[in-house]
Design a binder for this molecule. Structure first.
Ligand code: TYC
Length: 103
């Protein structure tokens, strides 16, 4: 007869897990022409940053070449990138926004 305790040792345990959705960083890139106050306005109006946070991100981009606007699910990141690039083009600024899979 198989001992119940021994039998239990051979069972495999299945742990239920919920898959987290992949996340994407939305990144602003620097250029020499887009006015600083336009970039700050984009960050406040499209990413809901405070003016202080927006100025910090804008200066980070200006000094290092790129800066993080936020981390979102794929659809939201795609929408934000499209909005930034559309508003920039409408205003004839070369400002560029891209998304990258978050590490
Ligand atoms: N470098 C720009 C300037 O000197 C300002 C700027 C900041 C442009 C951030 C783009 O994503 C950017 N007017």
């Amino acid at each position: 007869m198989v001992d119940h305790i021994t039998q239990h040792e051979h069972d495999t345990e299945t742990i239920a897990t919920v898959d987290e959705p992949p996340m994407y960083q939305v990144i602003l890139l620097n250029d020499d022409f887009t006015p600083m106050d336009f970039v700050v306005r984009i960050l406040v109006e499209l990413f809901y940053l405070s003016t202080e946070q927006a100025e910090r991100v804008m200066l980070e981009v200006h000094h290092t070449g790129r800066g993080l606007c936020g981390i979102f699910t794929r659809e939201i990141a795609e929408t934000r990138v499209a909005q930034v690039n559309q508003v920039a083009r409408q205003n004839e600024h070369p400002l560029l926004c891209v998304m990258e899979r978050a590490p």
